[in-house]
Design a protein around this ligand. Sequence first.
Ligand code: NAP
Length: 447
Amino acid sequence: MLQQNAASGLKIAIVGAGPAGFYAAEALAAACPDCEITLIERLPTPYGLIRSGVAPDHQTTKSIQNTFERIARLDNIRFVGNVEIGGDVSLDELRRFYDGVVLACGAPLDAPLGIPGDNLPEVYGAAQFVGWYNGHPDFAELNPRLDGGGVVVIGNGNVAIDIARVLSKSPDELANSDIAHHALQRLSVADLSDVHIVGRRGPVEAKFTTAELQELGELQTTVALADAAELPETIGEEFSLRDRRLKNKNLECFKAFAQADSMSRARRLRFQFNARPVQVLGDDRVEAVRFERTRVVGEAVEGTGEIFEIPCSLVVYAIGYRPSPMLGVNLRGTDNRLQSDAGRVAPGLYVVGWLKRGPSGKIGTNRIDGEEIAKKIIAEVDASGRTGFSGLEKLFQERSLRWTDFDDWKAIEAAEVAAALMGAPRRKFVRVDHMLEVCRKIPATPA
Ligand code: NAP
């Protein structure tokens, strides 16, 4: 009870309006109903990876934004978009206005591939490529060439599968997605024959979930293939019963892919295992990826010395993400998470989500993070008479910053819904200036 009183009237800012930010806001609002919570986002639009990371053809997953809208509309929560902390406003400035600041800005950059040739044109990281087809303003100009032959997708996680699936779908299959219009147009005329998805470990170690694999067996114009010689008969006894059950479901999918007729569809999606990339080949643009065969020894991946190449005109690597260094706070050296003591970075400074845990887990994992950090903040931080949003807003005015509120977002959303092509839920704006024009009630058409 004493703690509740001390927390009464707390001013808390949350940096990042993706799942981690929303769940932290919800938990804080529930734990401290008379707190003032400001949820700050770099883009004019909320929802982070729900809008720009979750695959555009996974609309059921995206429906979580209805929950986030309910959170944004709570009395003591204010959404503030189009403000970059670490750019427009420094983290130190923000901390002067608020009793507590929670960093929920995720891991928006690609982990580097780090092999010769990885800087050739048509080699993209997943953050860039997924951002491009999801209409993230930072990547709208990416302009990848999808004009022939093979694509190599490196990585054996669900992001790699999302990318391979989007590249493998026909325009009809994407019609009821919210893929960016520029990406739909480009994919409609793409001339891709083979999408290779390559993992450095085996099928048993792959991080795919079964539902994602099963979807690949149902594509209209692409056949999913695996090589029976790369698949074990069964899952070894070294795994727990639960893991064996899960891995066995994946193995069943791969076995079905190994039986499929490679000529049954126009395009092929080929799983290839135990191969690590060693070089991207090409002069002016990518022509192939050179791989070394591997074996898994315990936790380690060892090269066998056997080399092979996969010809391709596009490479996308989905091998994990890293945080942006913008905030000027110390990242843990080895795995690029922010150093924290169970979420506490410094007095009054906290972290949640991928920035705390690294880029893993489901959307719902962030709810647990949010609840933990809310408890910690209520226990540790006292209200100290800081201005909260009123002080921040004065700074915005001094700097002529155009920030967006939740009504602005709803105006952007309404314009996107109104502009949607038949069957699609929305047609996204991909430029910030176009989004802001809608907020000023000046008509604009999504690109
Ligand atoms: P992930 O699941 O960690 O997979 C990363 C993959 O990259 C692994 O196969 C990893 O291999 C490989 N890798 C890492 N470094 C590499 C290198 N230098 N060379 C070659 N391969 C390398 O990460 P993610 O796919 O980015 O997904 C992030 C999180 O989002 C995960 O929790 C994922 O489940 C979640 N997610 C879920 C969905 C969904 O539920 N539909 C969709 C998208 C994302 P090793 O195993 O050998 O390290």
